[in-house]
Design a protein around this ligand. Structure first.
Ligand code: 5AD
Ligand code: FES
Length: 367
């Protein structure tokens, strides 16, 4: 029986496994998934709320200074409509994601949105935020206003690699990112983090370090996906040294499988970027151990303006079509959909003693 690896060396070995050894890893991760989180896949409706951003991450297509991007922020009415849509579609959770803007006005705007969504849906939607690094006070205010989860990828746990894929200034400080992750935990959020896989200069040892980092900070959920180059970004000039896309996909699936063996009861996302490489990338991720999908519920007219990377799927699909294609995908992977359930990870329940009610909070307030 394959035990959870606990050293970089062991993880690197598993990530490099081929043939029967790799098959054994995937058989184990898929068995652990079924035993520990079940074969239900939970949906989080993803709202790409705004592409305004003060950051300049060298890999990201919507980095603040990219002049080709038309900047937008969704209107309150559009967010409300998407929230109602998510509830009606049985998603039970939404993610409000946007570029990083830290200002009193943005803080108030999000607080108001959280309160309004809570009122309009009788607190039945589990709300996740993904709005970059924010002050502890702001994070507390949003938690108080109804946010339950927060996603902030560490991107890479190696500070040297972090410095190579970000501008070297105070705004892109690795320590501050770690500090924000600590604040999120202290504020009582379910904490999600993650990394990109196949970045230029990244080694298998770095990726092993990422998995150990996730374990050490005791994350509740992880979203990690392949790095996909974007022509309008500074990192694009290193495209010549990248792993071929299929190798990045292969590595991403290996990372998911090893993570499931290491962190048996957390939520793991089948990242959308997988699908930019392989049409069936997300199904393969579900089979490797992931249990969360994030259907895009952003109004179609904004999607062209939220291209973090190239070949982003579903750019011209309406939410409904996306929903149908996702449902078919889940069945294809041999899983079923956890409809109307928040889908908190068993890990979070154990960590905090908070258990989701059997009705998934669908019949009343449950914060
Ligand atoms: N390829 C893959 N993922 C990317 N992200 C940003 N740019 C890219 C890219 N070129 C991811 C980052 C960020 C998340 C919102 O999108 O990991 O945290
Ligand atoms: Fe940092 Fe987009 S600018 S991820």
């Amino acid at each position: 029986m394959l035990d959870a690896p606990s050293s970089r060396g062991e993880i690197v070995r598993l990530l490099s496994a081929v043939g029967a050894e790799r098959s054994r890893l995937f058989a184990r991760s898929s068995a652990i998934k079924r035993e520990r989180v079940g074969n239900k896949v939970y949906f989080r409706g993803l709202l790409e709320y705004s592409n305004r951003c003060v950051k300049e991450c060298l890999y990201c297509g919507i980095r603040g200074s990219n002049p080709r991007v038309h900047r937008y922020t969704m209107m309150e009415g559009e967010v409300m409509e998407a929230a109602r849509y998510a509830l009606a579609a049985g998603y039970a959770s939404i993610v409000i994601q946007g570029g990083e803007i830290a200002s009193p006005a943005r803080t108030r705007e999000i607080t108001r949105l959280l309160e309004r969504i809570g009122e309009a849906t009788d607190n039945r939607l589990g709300i996740t935020l993904s709005l970059g690094e924010q002050s502890r006070e702001t994070l507390e205010e949003w938690k108080e206003a109804g946010a339950r989860r927060y996603l902030l990828r560490v991107e890479t746990s190696n500070p040297d690699l972090y410095a190579r894929i970000h501008p070297r200034d105070a705004r892109h400080d690795f320590e501050r990112r770690l500090e924000t992750l600590r604040h999120l935990r202290a504020c009582g959020y379910q904490v999600g983090t993650g990394c990109m896989i196949g970045l230029p200069f990244q080694t298998l040892d770095d990726l092993a370090g990422d998995l150990l980092f996730f374990r050490d900070i005791d994350a509740d959920m992880i979203g990690m996906g392949p790095y996909v180059e974007h022509a309008d970004t500074p990192l694009y000039r290193h495209r010549g040294i990248l792993l071929p896309p299929l190798a990045r996909l292969h590595l991403s699936l290996g990372m998911i499988a090893v993570l499931r063996v290491m962190m048996k009861d957390i939520n793991i996302v089948a990242a959308t970027a997988l699908q930019a490489i392989d049409k069936l990338g997300r199904e393969k991720a579900l089979m490797a151990g992931a249990n969360i999908l994030m259907p895009n519920i952003t109004p179609v007219r904004y999607r062209e303006d939220y291209l973090l990377y190239e070949n982003k799927p579903c750019v011209d699909e309406a939410a409904d079509q996306c929903k149908e294609c996702l449902e078919a995908r889940v069945r294809l992977a041999g899983d079923e959909i956890g409809r109307g359930e928040w889908g908190d990870s068993p890990h979070f329940a154990l960590r905090t003693g908070k258990k989701e009610p059997a009705d998934g909070g669908m019949t009343g307030k449950n914060q």
